[in-house]
Structures are given as C-alpha cells and as structure tokens.
Ligand binder design. Structure first.
Ligand code: MN
Length: 534
C-alpha cells in the first residue's frame, strides 16, 4: 500500500544553480540550505561534488551543518564521482548518493559513442546496465540510501527502462528517479509511464519512485502531478522553478496544488508552506533571478485583486476569488517593526526567526549597519533586515572597500563621481586609491570611477535596482551581474541612497570575483592532495 505522503526533493542548489550562470559561494549555499530545512523539505540535493572544488566544499559544509533533511549529492556512474560524493557527505546525519545514467537510445548512442562501450545499440545497452549496477554497489559502500536516475526516461524504450530499474533495485537502490530530462512528455503520457513502471518492475515496491520534470513545454508541474497520481511518492523540483533551460518543476506550485486540491489528489507533503515566500525571495536574490510578479504562489501579485468586481467580491467574502490564503504561503505584513531603540538581542532574535544565524562579529557588524538604516528610516521591516544582512555579511573576504563616495548629478550638470577605495597595495598592505570620472548618468560615473581605482576590468552584464519596502525613504537594493572570463557573479548592495547601493553592489561583485579566483587556486591544490590518497 502506498502512503499518502509525498516526499519533497529540492534540487535548487544543484539543478537550479547549475543553470543560473552564477556561482554561489558555499556560505550562501549553506544559508539557502538552512532555509530549505526550515521549509521542511525532505531531501536537499546540495550539489555535484566532483564537478568542481567549490561544489565539493559546499556539499561538505551543508552535510556538516544542516540537520533535518536528507542531504543528497549527485554523481554520474563514474567511480571518481561516487568517491567524491562519499567524501563530501561523510559528516551528514542522513546522507544519500544520487547516481545514474542515460536510459534512452538517444543518450545510449549519443553519449557512449566510443567502441569500448560496444559497437551496436544492444551491446552498448548491456555495458550501460553493468555500469549502472556497479555504480549503485559502489555508492552502497558509502551510504545506505542510494537514489538512481534513469536519465531521459521520458524518451526511453520502456522494456529497457524497466530492465534497468529492476537491476538497480536488486543492486540496492532505495529510490528510483524517472526523469523527463528534456521536458518532452505530456501529462497523460508521463503518468502512464510511471504507472507502467510501477506495474511492470517486479521489485518496485521495495523503493520510492521519484519524478523529476523539466518545463520546456510549460508542463513540469502538470507532469509531476500526473506522476504522483500514478504511484510516484517523491517529487523533485526547485524553488521558483529555476533550472536548466526553461527550468525544473516549481516546488511551491506542486506542494500548493496537492494541498489546495487535497480533495482531488488525497495526498500531502510535510512542507511548512509559510516559509515559501521567504525562501523564494532568498533564492531570487542570491542567484539574481527575479520572480515574475504573476508567478503562481510566490509572485508579488499572486494574491493581488485588481478588477473592481473581484475586489468587491473579496472584500465581501474572500472565498469568492481566493483559493489559497496569502498568509498560508508567507505573505504577511511584518508585525514586528524594529527601531533604533531595538537592542542587539532583539535584532539577533528577529534575524534568527528569519533564518539567519550570525556569529558575534557578524551580529556586531549587522547591528552597526542596522542603526544607520534605522536612523534614516525610523521603522525597519523584515525585508529591510534581509537586505542589510545580504549587503553587510560578505560571504567572501573584502578585497576592495568603499571609504568615500561623492556624486554630482542634476539636469544641468555632467554626472561626475569621485571615489576613494581601500585596495590591495604592492607590498601586501592595503592602500587608499582615489579616482574620478564623468558618465552618462550618476551610476555610470561611479562605475567608471571604481573601474579606474581598482584597475579591474569586469564586464557589467546586468544592472537592476528595486525598492525593498515602500515609501521614498525605503532601502534601495541594487543587483549587478559581473563577468570576468567565463565566471559570472552576482553583486548586491543596499542603502537608502540608490547611488551608494549601486556602488556597493559593484564592489560586492568585484570582491566575489577576486575571492573566487583565490579559492579556485587554493582548492585545486587541495584536490590534488586529496586525489593522491588511496
Ligand atoms: Mn534536471
């Protein structure tokens, strides 16, 4: 008998981050993972450890620090991948390795062209089946909980798919993921695929069947729901539906569909939906991928009624046009408003409720900044605090720091900026450097001046500024995407002065680029040492 609980597998930090084109630092990933634990997801897929030293380190830290959810790491069937997962997950309380291989003929023929896998399709299929079984057995030497993905299952030969699933279950897999990697299937078809697998594979009752859908045709959520209706008891997806190409299935939509239409599905999850909006906001901010206002469940307008008839109806009886309550998914006006009289303990308490655990030094730093903002703004809301924390707590060491900033701008002046920065000097000491520049506008002038002072040629890919709360005294939060070579980073800055916020965002981006370069250099040496061990 299948239970009516559906496990939620979050892959925001793996499939989601992979697609963002922006690398998160491990500190940021731990912060997101902690928020996912508050959301009460069942499994966090923390990354793909063998893909880079940074990803290894992020998985290792999440495994060590995050309690509650199962912590999962991705691998191919390649032994080095599995060893890296085993090592990265060593300290996890509940570790899971997620390994797998292509199951469709297109993948079998396309990805395993080399003759050493066999000459014909039939020969290659035999080899791949063997690699799959060996990978599960190897993963089992590290962890009890092994999930297997049959990549591109949505386009695979059904008999071969079932044969592969039966074999990996016999080898010890505990969860079988049947992904529609390319977002090709439609709901009835994908539902039928899951139903057939559940009916045909003799030992399927020993494992949990998982669905992993992509949104290329806008069907990821519908396909996932069709999957659980037909026997899957784990759904995979991401917050805000971010992910490869058109994205993954959006977890908040699946969860709220199951909950709002429990009468229809008869299924539920353990998710604490009140955390959805906060999680959505955190993921959007950190990865620099904004949520469209009309996005289901978490969009800023998802619960805004505008037509007169609707507004009138909702005022008389909310049920007329509301199928979910905004407060159920975390849209609530902050009842707690902090002011300059709020002490350090009050700030720490509020930040912990928002999911941010700070060290003493970090709290001191955030508190100083809070006082500056509270002085200008009188009332500080939760969203302001989040902006302050994101701005003040640099996940990386500061290579550059703003000491002084002056801008001249107006309708009849050429925008001019003067900056004074702390920068690394010749002898390892920091030194002060000044620069001035004119520009097309004040932000352009500031960025040119910073570029001159730092002598650091990063390309500005995108620039965005928004108001954190309402009112002209609100904090402005600037987000920039900077690129150097193949590396892209997101820089953020917040201030009641939008030009200062913009400058802070640019400096934050430059600091992240420098830190990433340093980390890559030292981590490469570290990995070299690791691999030299047996
Ligand atoms: Mn995927």
């Amino acid at each position: 008998m299948l239970s009516n609980k559906v496990a939620v597998f979050d892959t925001t930090l793996r499939d989601g981050e992979q697609a963002a084109g922006t690398r998160l630092g491990s500190r940021e990933k731990v912060t997101i993972a902690r928020q996912l634990a508050r959301l009460n997801v069942d499994i966090i897929e923390a990354g793909y450890p063998n893909s880079s030293p940074e990803d290894f380190e992020a998985v290792r830290q999440i495994a060590e620090e995050i309690e509650g959810p199962i912590i999962c790491a991705l691998s191919r069937v390649v032994p080095e991948d599995i060893h890296a997962c085993g090592k990265a997950l060593a300290k996890a309380r509940r570790p899971r390795i997620h390994t797998g291989i292509g199951a469709s003929d297109i993948h079998v023929m396309g990805k395993f062209r080399d003759d050493r896998y066999g000459r014909t399709l039939a020969e290659k299929r035999v080899t791949i089946l063997r690699l799959a079984v060996e990978a599960v057995k190897l993963a089992k030497t590290y962890v009890d909980d092994v999930q297997f993905y049959t990549e591109d299952a949505g386009r695979s030969d059904l008999d071969y798919l079932c044969e592969m699933i039966e074999a990996v279950i016999s080898a010890g897999a505990t969860v079988v993921n049947i992904p529609d990697t390319t977002g090709y299937t439609v709901p009835e078809q994908y539902g039928a695929l899951i139903r057939t697998v559940c009916a045909k594979v003799p030992n399927i009752d020993r494992v949990t069947v998982s669905v992993h859908c992509h949104d290329d045709l806008g069907l990821a959520v519908s396909n996932s729901l069709a999957g659980v209706q037909n026997g899957a008891r784990q759904v995979e997806g991401t917050i805000n539906g971010i992910g490869e190409r058109a994205g993954n299935a959006s977890l908040e939509e699946i969860v709220m569909a199951l909950r709002t239409r429990r009468d229809y599905f008869g299924l539920d999850t353990a998710i604490d939906a009140h955390e959805f909006r906060r999680t959505s906001r955190m993921v959007a901010d950190m990865l620099g991928i904004p949520v469209p206002p009309n996005k289901a469940v978490v969009g800023s307008n998802a619960f805004a009624h505008s037509s007169g008839i609707h507004v009138d109806g909702v005022l008389k009886d909310r049920q007329t046009y509301e199928i979910m309550l905004p407060e159920d998914v975390g849209f609530e006006k902050s009842h707690v408003v902090l002011t300059a009289r709020t002490g350090r303990a009050g700030l720490r308490d509020r930040l912990e409720k928002l999911g941010y655990h700070l060290s003493k030094e970090e709290l001191d730093q955030a508190y100083q900044r809070f006082l500056v903002v509270a002085d200008k703004k009188q009332e500080v809301y939760d969203d302001d605090l989040i902006a302050i924390v994101h701005d003040e707590l640099h996940p990386v060491e500061e290579t550059y720091r703003i000491e002084y900033l002056h801008i001249d701008s107006g309708t009849s002046t050429i925008p001019t900026a003067t900056v004074c920065l702390r920068v690394p000097g010749q002898s390892g000491e920091t030194e002060t450097r000044k620069a001035a520049s004119i520009g097309d506008g004040p932000v352009d002038a500031v960025y040119k001046a910073i570029g001159t002072a730092t002598n650091n040629p990063a390309r500005l890919v995108s620039y965005d500024i928004r108001s954190v709360t309402s009112g002209t005294e609100a904090l402005g939060e600037a987000t920039v995407q900077l690129q150097q070579g193949d590396t892209k980073v997101i820089g953020r800055g917040a201030s009641t002065d939008v030009i200062e916020a913009s400058a802070r965002a640019y400096i934050d981006g430059l600091n992240k680029l420098s830190a990433l370069r340093r980390r890559q250099e030292s981590a490469q040496q570290q990995m070299f040492v690791d691999h030299a061990q047996p």
